[in-house]
Design a protein around this ligand. Structure first.
Ligand SMILES: Cc1cc2nc3c(=O)[nH]c(=O)nc-3n(C[C@H](O)[C@H](O)[C@H](O)COP(=O)(O)OP(=O)(O)OC[C@H]3O[C@@H](n4cnc5c(N)ncnc54)[C@H](O)[C@@H]3O)c2cc1C
Length: 577
């Protein structure tokens, strides 16, 4: 186990060590915001602990559109500051923080009317490009917009309906595997000294005689054991669970957050011929058609959500909505049969008013950080793209002005694991591919997931050459990736591998069902599972698949939720790590 690995042993040791000191910062929530805060705090030299009651990224942060973007549509609300901030972060992620995980992506914006719309859109996209260049200190981190005639647009995106556009603008944003970003953030935080444990719930907050929060009582959901973590500052980064977390403080302060559901469908890459994505404005928001190496991600929707928050699922009505909007521009309409995967996420919609306006609060347009009670702050809102700014704001706010100025955040220039030396391994790609028998497609896949850590993955193959083999029913992945999910990336259960690491849960038609035996066999070897445990993990994940497939056939959220809840949660299934 290296200092950057998340494993069951590292987790157990962290849970134990969390009881034996007083931390500067305890972070509740291991989505992108909490993981970012843990890295921010640890890299300032603060003693830091982070826990999540589910797997890392299991909330909204593994269920997004997977874009790192400025948010072109916000320009239409004249939100220049907000867009500029997100574009600055996009530039940092592309160049310094995570160039291996974040990749520039061109999009076509189809124009329906010739002159006025083109002029109007060109100003918007031109401003977008200009803000990005300013944010990067005059450097161009992605190519700037191109105006395309109808003929040129069809050449770029050959399967667009001829009557869906009279021309287009090509502009750039970027894409990222959201869950991988979060897991890499947690690992980088650990490399900077943080203690991290998934499947640990904060169940109560502790206070001193003055009423100041002094830490939290946590429950290890794998063992059921409770313990206390002492901390000078507690930061809640719990997305759509924000109000529940605040309620643990039994105080009047904090943020008000509602949940809104957005869904995506995935179709095979070969189903739509184009290297360019598509950006469409819809009556409610926007629809992205986004190419990845092996599939397209298409979404999203925006509907109020009132059911349980652990397992939002798309309904058949949501899926029909997305298909209908995509088909407005696609020459060969997509059907249900084209879909290989679906997923849904809940946006933490920050409400404009804090619960107690007498408490100190820092409001930015997209995210807000507020004192819940002395010793505890909550942060919510924002987006994946701006996680770093949110994290910096949250830690600054928790520490207070003087302490924050004495220990400023270094994260703007801090590469995540796998980023340092990325260009060099890209240059070595052909040689390494030849050495291990991997073609250019495979090397691209591995480099975009592991960056300069690819050497560690290849070393595991040197030790066990069978790990170089493709998964029998999902040849886009090799066995080493499953093993690494367990020995480095913190998977504790079979579903952790399928949902957030080797993401067959959303990227294959049977949600990875055909791979269950093989993946379980690799995981059992990596994690030392006995046969009974391995069988229980398989049964549990298969029940999840059945429940998810049944849920997406339902017409309403309530019916889909009822189907999904028929599968027992893995930590409730009596399996210990
Ligand atoms: C459909 C959709 C598309 C999106 N697309 C994009 C996009 O393309 N680009 C972009 O930049 N943003 C996008 N976003 C926004 C972005 O995904 C979210 O803003 C972000 O993921 C929120 O992260 P978070 O860490 O605040 O919340 P979460 O990821 O939900 O994390 C909160 C965590 O807190 C944990 N938790 C809760 N209570 C407790 C407790 N008591 N103890 C321990 N842990 C607890 C939960 O388990 C959870 O993991 C999208 C959102 C949606 C819904």
């Amino acid at each position: 186990m290296t200092k950057t690995s998340l494993t069951p042993d590292q987790r157990a040791a962290s849970v134990e060590a969390m009881q034996s000191q007083t931390f500067d910062v305890l972070v509740i929530g291991g989505g992108v915001t909490g993981a970012g805060i843990a890295l921010d705090a640890a890299s300032r030299g603060l003693s830091t602990a982070v826990v999540d009651y589910q797997d890392w990224a299991a909330g909204t942060s593994s269920r997004s559109s997977r874009l790192v973007h400025g948010g072109l549509r916000y320009l239409y609300n004249l939100d220049f500051k907000l867009v500029a901030e997100a574009l600055k972060e996009r530039g940092r992620l592309l160049t310094t923080i995570a160039p291996h995980l974040v990749e520039a992506q061109p999009f076509l914006w189809p124009l329906k009317t010739p002159v006025v719309e083109r002029a109007y859109s060109a100003v918007g996209v031109g401003m977008y490009d200009a803000l990005a260049v300013i944010g990067a200190g005059g450097r161009k981190t992605v190519p700037t917009q191109k105006h395309l005639s109808k003929k040129a647009a069809i050449r770029h995106f050959p399967e667009v309906k001829a009557d869906a556009l009279c021309g287009a603008i090509e502009f750039y944003d970027a894409r990222v595997d959201d869950a991988r970003l979060v897991i890499t953030l947690v690992r980088t935080a650990v490399a900077n000294g943080a203690l991290a444990a998934s499947r640990v719930s904060v169940v109560r907050l502790t206070k001193d005689a003055s009423g100041r929060v002094t830490g939290a009582v946590v429950r290890d959901n794998e063992s059921g054991a409770e313990s206390t973590i002492r901390a000078r500052h507690v930061i809640g980064a719990t997305g759509v669970w924000t109000e529940e977390t605040q309620n643990l403080a039994e105080a009047s302060g904090g943020l008000k957050v509602l949940a809104s559901k957005g869904i995506h469908v995935l179709v095979p890459r070969e189903r739509i011929r184009s290297a360019t994505g598509m950006f469409l404005r819809t009556e409610k928001s926007v629809l992205f058609i986004i190419p990845w190496q092996h599939y397209w991600v298409i979404g999203t929707t925006d509907t109020a959500w009132h059911a349980q928050r652990e397992h939002p699922d798309p309904t058949s009505a949501d899926i029909d909505y997305v298909l209908a909007h995509a088909n407005e521009v696609l020459d060969k309409p997509l059907t249900r049969d084209d879909i290989i995967g679906t997923y849904a996420g809940l946006r933490p919609l920050l409400q404009p008013k804090v619960l107690d306006e007498s408490k100190s609060t820092k409001v930015s347009r997209e995210h807000t950080v507020s004192e819940v009670i002395p010793g505890m702050v909550a942060i919510a809102g924002g987006k994946l793209t701006t996680y770093r700014v949110m994290a910096e704001d949250a830690v600054d706010f928790a520490l207070g002005k003087e302490a924050a100025e004495a220990t400023p955040s270094p994260t703007a220039g801090l590469p995540l694991l796998g980023a340092d030396g990325y260009d060099a391994v890209v240059n070595q790609s052909a040689r390494l591919g030849k050495q291990y028998g991997f073609d250019a497609d495979r090397m691209k896949h591995l480099l975009s997931r592991y960056g300069s850590e690819i050497g560690d993955l290849l070393a595991s193959i040197d030790e066990d050459p069978t790990l170089a083999q493709s998964l029998q029913h999902a040849p886009q992945f090799i066995r080493a990736e499953v093993s690494r999910a367990c020995t480095v990336e913190g998977a504790l259960h079979l579903e952790d591998i399928f949902v957030s690491r080797v993401r067959l849960n959303s990227e294959s038609r049977d949600r990875g069902g055909a791979c269950v035996d093989e993946v379980a066999e690799i995981a059992a070897k990596a994690l030392g599972w006995e046969e009974a445990r391995t069988e229980a993990e398989k049964t549990n994940y298969r029940a999840r698949i059945a429940a998810e497939l049944a849920a997406e056939e339902q017409a309403t959220d309530a019916a889909a939720s009822a189907e999904r809840e028929k599968a027992v949660d893995v930590v409730g299934a009596g399996m210990t790590a």
